[in-house]
Design a protein around this ligand. Structure first.
Ligand code: 2IT
Length: 450
């Protein structure tokens, strides 16, 4: 292993021993850029890797709020402003009970390279809280969001840091956060949050962007192999914003999601989630109870398999994990490889453990694509929302969609080209890491001490 890489990995592990998710992504990204480090010995002198693994700033704060029964609660809020060498910090907020500093730092680190891949002027960042909106009333969610923003507002702004949603933060939460932000700072700063409702400055297609973009990326990967998206069957995990977008765009393109998994088990619908009725039902089901997908099987008379995941099913062409981190471990990866399915397209942030990812990449019959490229359309449309806000304009769906398609095509091509440049062949995972890394590295070097 490159000596500089080994030293930084060892130091990072020693310094952050209690942050497993963070160490997982650092190891995955840095080992895959080894050929770049070999070609650029000057990076070591500039402490480039040491600077990249250390967030520019980590903000941690107390969030105190009161529930509907007038009980007090204290949660922890975070904003990890990772790297602004390419532009204002940009990245989502995650509200989930398992949020901790390790998860915030893993997501922030990934975001730096993802945002670089978009070729838009945005730096990388992540934030959130160990508060979960699941099972909370609208009033409770609003009071929590207000309390959260009452601290966060001083650290963000349209030219500084612009949060958006992630797991547990959708349109409702962004609305409450934005309302509080404006209550504090006044009428300015529309671009200080993205994922807003279209009536308050949101971009058309932002809710759909991540799922649609994943499908645009998939179309490119299929084209590379002379394959058509039409008629393809897809198995996904997750049916949140991202999974729903995949279902809808798949249907638009003549493909279909025939399996989807939730926390309670998985659904098998051989006809696919293609009709408006089914797509709308998923929205209703999720709003009522995000933890159970079984009602879909009851409503449409299809199979529900309780307490397990759909990885390993054979009657699909593509797997797309779109739920959360470490969804696919080595055991599941072995089932996936044994199924004979060719395409493994990551969508959720870091859905695969490192050993599982290595294993899948080593399968000669498989094409593996990494989440930081595949899911980058979400943050891209967030940046398009900031651009629209700065211009005081709304763009049409056609304008936004054309940009989305172009951005995803560019990301795919840049990944292919970067891997080839370093003699790695057709390696979409290393290619994305290298293309993102190189962009950030160049920007950091150009700005001297940063
Ligand atoms: O993981 C992600 O890219 C996001 N949660 C979206 C970030 C954004 O600023 O839209």
């Amino acid at each position: 292993m490159n000596a500089y890489l080994k030293r930084v990995l060892d130091e990072t592990k020693a310094k952050n021993a209690n942050e497993p998710e963070f160490l997982q992504t650092v190891e995955e990204v840095l080992t895959s850029i080894e050929p770049v480090l070999d070609a650029h010995p000057e990076y070591e002198k500039a402490c480039l890797l040491e600077r990249m693994v250390e967030p520019e700033r980590t903000i941690e704060f107390r969030v105190t709020w009161m529930d509907d029964n007038l009980q007090w609660h204290v949660n922890r809020g975070y904003r990890v402003q990772y790297n602004a060498s390419l532009g204002p910090y940009k990245g989502g907020l995650r509200f989930a009970s398992n949020v901790n500093l390790s998860i915030m730092k893993f997501l922030g680190f990934e975001q730096v390279f993802k945002d670089a891949l978009t070729c838009l002027p945005i730096g990388g960042c992540k934030g959130g809280s160990d508060f979960s909106p699941i099972g909370r009333s609208d009033g409770e969610v609003m009071r929590f969001c207000q309390a959260f923003m009452t601290e966060l507002y001083r650290h963000i702004g349209p030219d500084v840091d612009s949060p958006a949603g992630d797991v547990g933060v959708g349109g409702r939460e962004i609305g409450y956060l934005y309302g509080q932000y404006r209550r504090i700072v006044g009428a300015s700063g529309m671009g200080a949050l993205t994922g807003k409702d279209i009536k308050t400055g949101g971009s058309i297609l932002r809710p759909e962007a991540t799922g649609y973009g994943a499908m645009y990326y998939l179309v490119e990967a299929l084209k590379h192999d002379g394959e058509d998206i039409k008629g393809k069957r897809i198995a996904i995990s997750g049916y949140g914003n991202v999974g729903w977008g995949i279902m809808k765009k798949a249907a638009d393109l003549g493909a279909k999601v025939t399996y989807f998994a939730g926390p309670d088990g998985y659904i098998h619908d051989p006809d696919g989630v293609t009709t408006e009725e089914k797509l709308n039902f998923i929205l209703e089901m999720r709003a009522k109870d995000p933890m159970h997908c079984k009602p879909y099987a009851e409503k449409f008379g299809v199979e529900f398999v309780e307490g397990t995941k759909c990885w390993g099913v054979k009657d699909v062409d593509i797997y797309m994990p779109a739920a959360t981190q470490n969804d696919v471990n080595l055991d599941w990866a072995k089932k996936i490889a044994a199924s004979g399915v060719k395409y493994y397209i990551e969508v959720a942030n870091m859905p695969t453990t490192n050993d599982a990812l290595e294993f899948l990449k080593a399968q000669k019959h498989m094409v593996v694509a990494p989440s930081k490229a595949v899911n980058a359309c979400g943050v891209s449309v967030s940046e398009l929302e900031m651009a629209q806000n700065a211009q005081r304009q709304y763009w049409t769906a056609e304008e936004v969609d054309a940009k989305m398609q172009q951005i995803m095509k560019n990301i795919y091509n840049a990944s292919v080209e970067a891997a080839e440049r370093y003699g790695l062949g057709y390696d979409l995972v290393a290619g994305a890491n290298i293309a993102g890394f190189q962009k950030v590295a160049d920007a950091m070097l150009a700005q001297g001490i940063f």
